[in-house]
Design a protein. Structure first.
Length: 121
């Protein structure tokens, strides 16, 4: 009798979607102590900017996240460049700038004080 090896399938369990079960990369845990010349990989960038992989690349293409460098097949970001962008975002949020400057695609809301009664309808 010939037996075929079983295919291993990876099924995600609901507990795998909970943040507590996701290991935090060491580079993210120690981000504040890394020198500006250090490099980090994409999972760290996703966590720093609280976004998905696709959103990281959209923001790179729009200039909101610095462009990474490629070393062989590995994509890396410079920690110093990421810190500059994070500081810009922190300043934007504290100054209550529109969300469009933060890379969120939404239409600007008209200032209701400047809208005539007919325009508002």
């Amino acid at each position: 009798m010939s037996s075929k090896p079983e295919k291993k399938t990876h099924k995600l369990q609901p507990s795998q979607f909970i943040c507590e079960s996701t290991p935090i990369p060491d580079a993210l845990k120690n981000f504040d102590s890394l020198p500006d010349s250090a490099s980090v990989r994409q999972p760290v960038v996703e966590a720093l900017f609280a976004c998905s992989s696709s959103t990281v690349w959209r923001r790179v293409n729009s200039g909101l996240i610095p462009k990474p460098k490629k070393i062989g097949s590995t994509t890396i970001w410079n920690v110093g460049e990421l810190r500059k962008e994070l500081n810009k975002l922190d300043g934007s949020i504290s100054r209550n700038e529109p969300a469009t400057t933060l890379g969120i695609n939404q239409k600007p809301v008209k200032n209701r004080a400047n809208v005539s009664p007919r325009e508002g309808v």
